[in-house]
Design a binder for this molecule. Structure first.
Ligand SMILES: Cc1cc2nc3c(=O)[nH]c(=O)nc-3n(C[C@H](O)[C@H](O)[C@H](O)COP(=O)(O)OP(=O)(O)OC[C@H]3O[C@@H](n4cnc5c(N)ncnc54)[C@H](O)[C@@H]3O)c2cc1C
Length: 361
């Protein structure tokens, strides 16, 4: 059930988000029959990642060769992933897609659950799964509290064309005041992610195109030559959310409704897929053992697996954002030290590379 119109789901527009996918996510997309529906030309490999601090040329370096893989991951536009899922589920006669609809009320008890929809329809079910974004109305409506962390920042995303090739290298530049991510797409195009305090929202979105081009090219030190805007600019508020429970009686949260991450570590969608996979496994196990899929043990197994995976990443990501947006001299010093340590202590790097390239959960 989805509040958008079916035409939008069938042919979603580019929304500025280019999603960096780990190898495990690619495996899940393949298993779901979705990977093959995304045109190969739109799957951009990331061979290296470089993290820079302040205006220093020194960078933390991740290289696909060190990970023993052809690439660290892939960048794929969010709208293409959505379209591929839509096209795939249309093949299933046992999936009914109800669009232009929201939930009016939910009734749950240990025996059964019912959902009343805005179109008047009532659905009786053994398990309700909510995936209605980090601002989930269903989560709130069902009395599940969540920790939210408003970073007071926005992120402006767009695509730019440039004179020089990117060699499939992704850059995350933690400048002072702003951060700039430049992520390699096909040919001489990159996905640009600018993070800045929320009060710069209008300025970054509405500044004239030629000025924007000059600013970004200069900020990126002309590594890719002159850069030129080739898409609309989109803004997203940066608010992280972690639900205090992922399950309740005959009810489960997945995706951003369970964990809404800051995009700096590119984990939100990847984690969402992991959570959905963990819940699907528990449901499959229950069906095989002829156990009710809404039974508390089925749901609490999912919850403990997904909290164990997501909570350390959630804390680490928030910690990185807080440190790398802190401009005090102490923080600037610490930023430099941490980058050097991470670059030179192989076990730390190995853990990060494994997170990107492992194909097992
Ligand atoms: C700029 C940016 C860059 C990102 N980059 C990455 C990245 O590189 N890697 C990564 O892994 N993640 C990334 N993410 C995170 C990723 O986009 C999200 O984690 C992911 O899209 C969440 O998917 P979702 O389906 O849970 O929620 P959403 O994408 O928010 O979808 C929620 C759906 O629920 C529907 N809905 C909402 N409310 C209701 C309602 N009341 N009733 C019915 N339907 C409703 C909405 O219409 C929507 O279709 C990025 C995010 C941003 C903002």
């Amino acid at each position: 059930m989805e509040k958008l119109n079916e035409n939008i789901l069938a042919d979603p527009e580019y929304d500025g988000r280019d999603i960096a996918l780990t190898h495990f996510s690619v495996k899940l997309l393949k298993e779901a029959g979705v990977w093959g529906r995304i045109p190969n030309i739109s799957k951009s490999p990331i061979k290296e990642a470089r993290v820079l601090n302040g205006y220093s040329p020194y960078f933390l370096h991740f290289d696909h060769r060190k990970a023993g893989c052809d690439e660290l991951g892939y960048l794929i536009s969010n709208h293409l992933i959505r379209k591929a899922y839509y096209d795939e589920i249309k093949n299933f006669s046992n999936i009914e897609l109800i669009t232009d609809t929201t939930v009016t009320s939910i009734n749950r008890n240990p025996e059964a659950a019912t959902i009343t929809l805005s179109n008047g329809k009532i659905i009786e079910t053994r398990l309700i799964i909510a995936a209605d974004s980090r601002f989930s109305e269903t989560r709130r409506g069902e009395g599940i509290s969540a920790r939210t962390l408003d970073f007071g920042q926005i992120c402006v995303v767009c695509r730019m064309q440039h004179e020089e090739p990117h060699f499939d290298i992704a850059y995350e530049c933690f400048y002072y005041g702003r951060t700039l991510a430049v992520l390699p797409l096909t040919e001489n195009q990159s996905s640009i992610v600018i993070t800045a305090p929320s009060n710069q929202h209008n300025k970054i979105l509405n500044i004239a195109e030629n000025k924007f081009n000059k600013e970004v090219s200069a900020q990126f030190k002309f590594r890719l030559g002159n850069m030129k805007l080739i898409s609309k600019r989109f803004a997203y508020p940066l608010i992280a959310v972690y639900a205090n429970r992922f399950v309740s009686t005959r009810f489960a949260l997945i995706g951003d409704a369970a964990v809404g991450m800051h995009p700096v570590t590119a984990h939100g969608f990847n984690l969402g897929l992991k959570g959905q996979n963990a819940l699907a496994k528990e449901i499959k196990n229950a069906l095989e053992k002829k156990i009710d899929i809404g039974y508390p043990s089925v749901l609490t197994n999912y919850q403990s697996i997904h909290r164990r995976v997501s909570y350390p990443l959630y804390l680490a990501t928030n910690g990185i954002v807080c440190l790398y947006t802190n401009e005090t001299s102490k923080a600037r010093f610490l930023r430099k030290i941490i980058l050097k340590l991470a670059n030179n202590i192989w076990p730390v790097k190995r853990v990060i590379l494994n997170k990107l390239t492992a194909i097992e959960d």
